[in-house]
Design a protein around this ligand. Structure first.
Ligand code: NAP
Ligand code: GDD
Length: 376
């Protein structure tokens, strides 16, 4: 049987690693594209051992490089996951963010139009494109209490981007639609809401929290005897042992913890990407859980999991992590993806938090064991 060939950008990232696993399990030949870097960035895909998986270097902002790779492989499917994906970074690097997140997409769309018009294209759009806009159910009672969480975004919600990242992604979203209408390119955009995992980048808020908690709980167990005898206190920046000023651990420093997000697990979400390209007609879909939680809710569940009720004493609010413009509330309605694609998610919010935390704690223990082994 002839295998389908998929080209995947962003393979060294969170979603890329899960998507490659999914495609290989479906008997694809996968060409993973990565940019040249001076150090190894393949830790998320190191475990993949398959003769159907090859990695090639390219440069997404260089049209010649993208044209060559598309012309050479003429793949059945392209999944464009590569991006400068950090919202806060985009405020400091707007030009670069547009080079990667918009010009990169133009390069792929042009390459497909010119050299491989039968190739199906998936574009990683984002809930950030909605920005501060929400829709509210018509019969939304008398209360406007935000804790009701009745407001939502879906495929019909107007876009109002709040960051260079979101503006660049929205430009690409429209370009895909335009190439679909104008040139009949089979292009789909997945409007994915936040999705996390054990492989999430360490500077996104969820992983920053679970990683900090794993380090903190390892530190606690290392100094267990001392702490039991002396108790913990805290000042503005540190948590420390009352009887020993030297024994300090830095607090978890965060920005706006009142923001709400619709958080799912990346493993569930890459399945939706694949399903979109298996349909007869190209279209755009919201992929989300339909639930929203604040960063505070995430903190509460994560801290409780290691036996701490009062998370507030362990965090410091640092203006450095505030954004010039914030997206305060995201809750996506995935009804279209559920009905048209038969997509559903398997991992709920609490399990997501617990899985991320358990994985980080296990990693910390492994690191500690290595240190002990080296020291003895
Ligand atoms: P990620 O973990 O940050 O991965 C981003 C990938 O893009 C990495 O492989 C990275 O390569 C690559 N990349 C960055 N700059 C590049 C450049 N200049 N040239 C080529 N490659 C570059 O992001 P993710 O969470 O997997 O997200 C995947 C995609 O979905 C992104 O487009 C993101 O914007 C979008 N998205 C994500 C979410 C979410 O909640 N995760 C939601 C909606 C949409 P290096 O390893 O070399 O840095
Ligand atoms: N990163 C970060 N670091 N965010 C913090 C912090 C902090 O120390 N403290 C509070 N936050 C708040 C942010 O202000 C934001 O409101 C929320 O936590 C989530 O931030 P991130 O985890 O950085 O994710 P994001 O929602 O901005 O963007 C992610 O999701 C988008 C989809 O909605 C990224 O994966 C984007 O690439 C993706 O498109």
């Amino acid at each position: 049987m002839i295998k389908k060939k998929a080209l995947v950008t962003g393979i060294t990232g969170q979603d890329g690693s899960y998507l490659v696993e999914l495609l290989l399990s479906k008997n694809y030949e996968v060409v993973g594209l990565k940019r040249r870097t001076s150090t190894n960035t393949e830790c998320r895909i190191d475990h993949i051992d398959s003769s159907d998986f090859h990695i090639e270097e390219y440069e997404i902002s260089d049209s010649g490089s993208v044209y060559s790779v598309v012309e050479k492989h003429k793949p059945d499917e392209v999944y464009n996951l590569a991006a400068q994906s950090h919202v806060q970074t985009s405020f400091d690097q707007p030009d670069y963010t547009f080079q990667v997140n918009t010009i990169g997409v133009v390069n792929f769309l042009e390459a497909i139009r010119r050299f491989s018009p039968q190739t199906k294209f998936y574009q990683a759009s984002t809930s950030e494109m909605f920005g501060k806009n929400v829709d509210t159910p018509v019969n939304f009672g008398v209360t406007t209490d935000e804790t009701d969480h009745e407001s939502y975004q879906d495929e019909n919600t107007a876009f109002e981007p709040q960051s260079p990242y979101a503006a660049a992604k929205l430009a690409s979203h429209h370009l895909v639609r335009m190439y679909r209408d104008g040139y009949k390119v089979f292009g789909c955009c997945g409007i994915l809401f936040n999705h996390e995992s054990e492989r999430r980048g360490e500077n996104f808020v969820t992983r920053k929290i679970t990683k900090w908690l794993a380090r903190y709980s390892t530190w606690l167990s290392k100094h267990h005897v001392l702490i039991e005898g002396s108790g913990l206190v805290s000042d503005n920046d540190d948590i420390w042992v009352a009887s020993d000023q030297e024994l300090r651990f830095p607090k978890l420093r965060l920005g706006n913890i009142d923001a709400y997000r619709d958080w799912g697990h990346a493993k569930d979400y890459v399945n939706a990407m694949w399903l979109m390209l298996q349909q007869e007609m190209p279209d755009d879909y919201v992929v989300a859980t339909g639930e929203t939680y604040s960063v505070r809710d995430f903190l509460q569940i994560a801290f409780e999991h290691i036996g701490v009720e009062d998370y507030e004493s362990f965090i410091a609010i640092d203006p450095k992590f505030y954004r010039p413009a914030e997206v305060e509330y995201l809750r996506g309605i995935p009804a279209k993806a559920e009905q048209a694609l038969g997509w559903s998610r398997e991992i709920g919010f609490k399990d997501l938090v617990h899985q991320m935390l358990e994985s980080d704690i296990a990693n910390e223990k492994k690191e500690e064991a290595k240190e002990v082994w080296v020291a003895t």
